[in-house]
Write a protein that binds this ligand. Sequence first.
Ligand SMILES: [Zn+2]
Length: 398
Amino acid sequence: MARAYNKKVRPQKFEVDQQVLKHILPHQVEAKGSSGTLKLIDIPTSPTIVEYESIIIIESTPSVIEVGQVYEDKQTIASVMKHYSVMNKFQFRVKRSSARRYWLVPYYHLAYAVVDSENDASWKWFFEQFKHAYGKRPNMYVVSDQNECILKETSIVYPGMPHYSCMWHIWTNIRAKFKKGHLKLSELYFATARSYTLDEFNERMSKIEEIDPRVKAYLYDIGYHRWSRVHAMVNKTLTMTSNIIESLNAVTKDARERPIVELLEYMRTLLERWTNEKLLKAKGTFAYLGFKFNKELDDNRTFSHKLRVRASTDYIHTVLDGARLYIVCLENKRCSCGQFQLDELPCPHALAALRHKDESYEQYCSPYYTRESLLHTYEIPVNPLPDESKWNVPQHIT
Ligand SMILES: [Zn+2]
């Protein structure tokens, strides 16, 4: 990697081991390459990722804010996709690297590296460093745009780790390949990917087939388990896209023209600032859950008030929403609507059952959604870089 640095600017402080991989947070691993998108997440529904997504999006690319609700709003889909198609082509080019071009591959936000290009060797190197620093933890998986290098090298460095596809990349491909009914298809496709039950999934998939059977075949060939929430082997309900990295790119737009050390220092201060902001936000939250999850719980609670509950046993409840019927099992934290188990947060039916039992919700939420988890995540600082006069520059680099 030393060869990939611009030697004129003494880059040794940005050696991965020194500056980047030391800062791995306990609750998330997320990564992405420029043309090959990648997300590694050790805990499927890490709140950190979602919280960061909100922050980045608000600051830089308002058109992406609505990703969570995209299939409810055609206008939003159009604007998000417009943004996405631009962002998807990004590269970090460092101007002063005259002899060779360099790309900053931002492994947001645990680790990032500078490599001469995205290829098998650079990805292999990255994953090896990553594994050295972070190891292998339960429930890790990769979300990528099916970039061949990523698939190949992660399979070598992390054998057996499940691979998923970013649902935005799939949609971009569908749009490019099939020219029919985009407006209807986009709405349906995202709703299908986000379906909580197989029935919902199958119903939506047959509508996709009606519009264009080739799209259904295309999605089938990718493998449903690679992009559909309800088919995934690992619960990844809140991490189905990698738009977070596209947003990071927008924030660093100006920095890309700077010399490499300045660029890396810009990245470091950016992450330092975001970490601090998130820490302050978590500290200023007084609910049991972090802000985002508390809001989701509140929404579910509001909805739950119109439901009627009939207890079958101490923990099994039938919940009626008008003519529709749901079965909640509090012991297994499951509901027939699918949300309770996939979101790891009580759905409206579960909240109605809990109210019926006069029981509180806390033990039914993922511990990763709590304010306490957020505090633990953000209390690990992004360390400041010492003054240049204090740098210990190895002889072979100067
Ligand atoms: Zn439910």
